[in-house]
Design a binder for this molecule. Structure first.
Ligand SMILES: [Mn+2]
Length: 235
């Protein structure tokens, strides 16, 4: 049976709409899942009931997380979206607690880190002097922007069977202090944590890049991330 995967939606405030980039849906479909969009809710009972019926969640990219969630004032973050922060943090917290497989990308990765008690760089260029992460923005969604070193002995290093891979990069924030229980799996060429996982859980992977957006004809190995996730989510 195909695993049923819930995707956390983005929120578009002007008409209280939920929004989804279709690349998440097509990457899941291409790799053998049935994707569905989750509601924007932080109702614990509702989330637990949904989780009884699905096999994993994808935590998507989007706006900056409210820095108050990790105990800081807003120095260099964008305008927060409280309704989405509340929903995403509830989804991540309950999924980790119930040991439901989680694949997070970009903002989703930052949310996994914050839920586990970590902090973020609010802006790489201002928080780290001289940092030039993503200063080139040419086709940054589909093409690799920089490389990451994979940490030997982590599942992502086993998956790629090499220790340096090209990734896209669309973020101005990133993991600063790594959250409790998380282990670093990938570090960018300028020293930024780009992937973490929870060794104590069935599958909690969080990558700072967007594997679902990368040009699959050039970077077919990125589908391996979805394959690994869906294998863990499979019945
Ligand atoms: Mn990056």
């Amino acid at each position: 049976m195909k695993p049923l995967i819930g995707i956390t939606p983005m929120y578009y405030e002007p008409y209280h709409g939920i929004v989804m980039t279709n690349t998440y849906i097509s990457a899941l479909e291409r790799n053998g899942a049935l994707p569905i969009l989750l509601p924007i809710t932080d109702n614990e009972e509702e989330i637990r009931a949904i989780f009884e019926r699905i096999d994993g969640i994808v935590v998507t990219g989007g706006e900056d997380i409210d820095p108050h969630m990790y105990g800081e004032e807003n120095r260099a973050s964008g305008t927060p979206t409280p309704i989405r922060d509340a929903a995403d943090s509830a989804y991540v917290r309950i999924a980790i607690e119930m040991d439901l497989p989680v694949l997070a990308t970009c903002r989703g990765t930052q949310m996994v880190n914050v839920v586990c008690g970590g902090t973020l760089y609010q802006d790489l260029h201002t928080d780290i002097e001289g940092n030039e992460h993503n200063s080139v923005v040419d086709e940054r969604w589909v093409n690799a922007q920089h490389t990451v070193d994979l940490v030997e002995g982590t599942p992502i290093a086993d998956l790629f069977s090499k220790l340096n891979i090209p990734v896209n990069s669309t973020h101005h924030q990133a993991i600063r202090r790594v959250g409790e229980g998380l282990k670093v799996m990938a570090v960018s060429d300028d020293g930024i944590t780009e992937a973490v996982y929870r060794p104590d859980k069935k599958f909690v992977w969080a990558v700072q890049w967007h594997p679902e957006m990368m040009d699959i004809t050039k970077y077919p190995e990125q589908d391996g991330i979805f394959e690994s996730f869906l294998k863990a989510a499979g019945k």
